[in-house]
Design a protein around this ligand. Structure first.
Ligand code: PLP
Length: 355
């Protein structure tokens, strides 16, 4: 990234050497990202974030209305999917949102019942951002192919990319979204995987960059940063084992002496742990913890701390949602970090009880 900012600062569309060097940096990044998810480099479209990639995938339905008007998603998607899908209703689309079970997982049976030959788009996330619940995407793609031959399948994999192995060809999806800042790249870079056989209209028109799919001068430094972050990713299978151990350690400590109840299911990806510290409002606890340099969330970051619709859809009570905290782990989180979290959480509840 530094090199692209300070030395190799050309515009990839320029014909001179500086431009060509920048173009080489972008295509190296594209090749690396593509390889990482089992795609062809031509199938990677760099975007400004996951939200843009989700919008691009979903708004593609507008151009396919002659084939049908049903769009299916889940009630627990990130707002960048949910709000975009809902906006399609204004254009005459019938929007179906599948509900999760109490573990935060959608039912394939519900999907099967919702699919028909008028369905033009199905969008189901791989891992939920508030609970870590993993959705049965590969199976959902198979059902979609059988029951809705006109449908494109999009998957928001922002929380899964770089944390669990992803192969787009094995998953069978037409489109898949990822975002750099979830794997330690800076904010402001993401990409959409778009299968070569899937033809959609671009959101941004202009100079025809990104193979005509996303006009606008490429952010070479951010693309290089994403490249660097992907190169740094560890062996995911091994890392998942360690992560599971740390996650289970956190669950054990947090549930000891009824300090908290767990809202996430054990089968989820061990990077997001959603808990309720019953009797204490999440916002109050969040501010206590931040004074100790522990930064946790209540609900989705995009909901700015609003009550979690994801937990509501899972059937949690208002009281338990009001005291919910979302703890996000990275591959660098240690048992010592967990010890500090638990001890500060105990301090906070004891001080609040006295107050
Ligand atoms: N999808 C999911 C599941 C997310 O968790 C996020 C961000 O947290 C996004 C999409 C949006 O990505 P970005 O922040 O890059 O726009």
């Amino acid at each position: 990234m530094n090199n692209a900012l300070c030395e190799n600062w050309g515009n990839p569309s320029s014909l001179h050497t500086l431009g060509m060097n920048a173009e080489i940096a972008v295509s190296d990044a594209r090749e690396c990202v593509a390889k990482y998810i089992g795609a062809n480099p031509k199938e990677i479209i760099f975007t400004s974030c996951g939200t843009e990639a989700n919008n691009m995938a979903i708004m593609s339905a507008l151009h396919r209305k002659n084939r049908g008007n049903r769009v299916i998603t889940t009630a627990i998607e990130h707002p960048s999917v949910l709000e975009t899908v809902k906006s399609l209703a204004k254009f005459g689309f019938e929007v179906i949102t599948l509900k999760p079970d109490e573990k935060g997982v959608i039912s394939l049976c519900d999907l099967e019942n919702a699919l028909n030959d008028k369905t033009v788009l199905v969008s189901i996330m791989l891992v939920n951002n508030e609970t870590g619940a993993t959705q049965p995407v590969a199976e959902a793609v198979k059902l979609t192919r059988q029951k809705a031959p006109n449908a494109f399948f999009h998957c928001d994999a922002v929380q899964a990319f770089g944390k669990m192995p992803i192969n787009v060809k094995t998953l069978g999806v037409d489109m898949l979204t990822a975002s750099g800042h979830k794997i330690h790249a800076p904010k402001g870079i993401g990409f959409l995987y778009l299968n070569q056989k899937t033809h959609i209209a671009p959101l941004l028109l202009g100079g025809g960059q990104e193979n005509g799919m996303r006009s606008g001068t490429e952010s070479v430094p951010l693309i290089c940063a994403l490249h660097g972050a992907v190169v740094e990713l560890p062996n995911l299978k091994q890392t998942l084992e360690t992560r599971r151990e740390i996650y289970n350690y956190a669950v054990d400590l947090l549930t000891k002496d009824n300090l908290a109840t767990i809202n996430s299911s054990e089968q989820g990806l061990p990077y997001v742990l959603n808990i309720s510290v019953n009797g204490y409002r999440s916002e109050t606890l969040l501010h206590f913890l931040e004074r100790k340099n522990i930064f946790v969330s209540s609900g989705s970051a995009c909901a700015k701390g609003g009550l979690s619709y994801v937990l509501k859809e899972m059937g949690k009570t208002d009281k338990s949602i009001d005291s919910a905290l979302r703890i996000s782990f990275s591959r660098f989180t240690t048992k010592e970090d967990i010890n500090t979290l638990v001890s500060e959480l105990k301090n906070a509840t004891s001080r609040l009880r006295k107050a």
